[in-house]
Design a protein around this ligand. Structure first.
Ligand code: SAM
Length: 249
């Protein structure tokens, strides 16, 4: 696994779908059949790469990803790469969203925490599967616009907070699942503490900004079990515990 991660090149990541943080896109187009593009995305990008969970596939078929990207990027919303969402941040590529959601194994009773709201797309996918989703964004402009978007689209079981997700959301802990969508040097201790018994945390961890390892933690009998899933590239955790200083709070 380690050798595999080190050997990963940009080309490989683009081909295999393990890339989260780059930009690209074309002009929007009102005549695009988005439902057809979503179905194609599921059939060509997700199922062949091992996304088999029926709830995840249903959510990916349902959530209108093109409404979570800037208007100028809509026609490429279902393409196999991440897109810029402003403030130097990205919406992860569809496959990585599906993979992280599948690894979480959430169900209709799950209470899930997301760190890194971004556009709100991952939260919307989770909201189709889980009971309640709490999501934290450190960049206020992104968090507020995601909150408004989610409300407008009727995602009533998603709760957005502006702040440093490193600290989690202790008032609503313990969580059955935690998804971190920005790269961390190690699993944040407050998040580990807020993960409930039997809970799962999916998080990109790495010593370098250029690549990380998508990592799954499971808490069993109070003990944290770690499993490396794949190489990946995410934008960094911001703030005092992150790679890069965050915005003033
Ligand atoms: N999940 C998002 C979506 O579906 O659009 C994409 C997330 S983007 C890859 C990572 C996000 O993490 C960015 O919006 C960034 O501002 C946010 N972020 C970085 N550090 C953070 C922190 N300490 N607390 C909360 N959010 C953070």
């Amino acid at each position: 696994m380690r050798r595999g991660v080190i050997a990963i090149t940009l080309g490989f990541m683009l081909m295999s779908g393990l890339f989260s943080g780059c930009a690209g896109g074309k002009q929007g187009d009102n005549t695009v059949d988005y439902a057809k593009l979503r179905e194609k995305m599921v059939k060509t990008q997700l199922i062949p790469r091992g996304i088999t969970d029926a709830n995840v596939l249903r959510a990916m078929r349902t959530v209108r990803r093109h409404l979570f990207v800037p208007e100028s990027q809509r026609s490429t919303a279902y393409s196999d790469y991440p897109l810029p969402i402003g403030e130097g941040q990205t919406i992860s590529q569809p496959y990585i969203v599906a993979l992280m959601t599948q690894l979480l194994s959430a169900n209709k009773d799950s209470r899930v925490l997301e760190v890194g709201t971004g556009s709100g797309y991952q939260a919307a996918v989770l909201a189709k599967i889980a009971k309640e989703v709490w999501t934290i964004e450190i960049i206020e402009a992104l968090g507020r616009s995601a909150e408004a978007r989610l409300k407008e689209l009727g995602y009533e079981n998603v709760h957005v907070r502006i702040g440093d997700g490193y600290a989690g959301w202790p008032e609503h802990a313990p969580f059955d699942g935690i998804i971190v969508t920005c790269a961390c040097r190690e699993a944040p201790k407050p998040l580990v503490a807020q993960l409930g018994e039997g809970g799962r945390m999916v998080i990109p961890i790495g010593k370098r900004l250029s690549y990380q390892t998508l990592t799954l933690f499971e808490k069993k009998n109070g003990i944290l079990h770690k499993k490396d899933i794949s190489g990946c590239v995410f934008v960094p955790l911001l703030g005092p515990h992150g790679w890069v200083a965050g915005p003033e709070q």
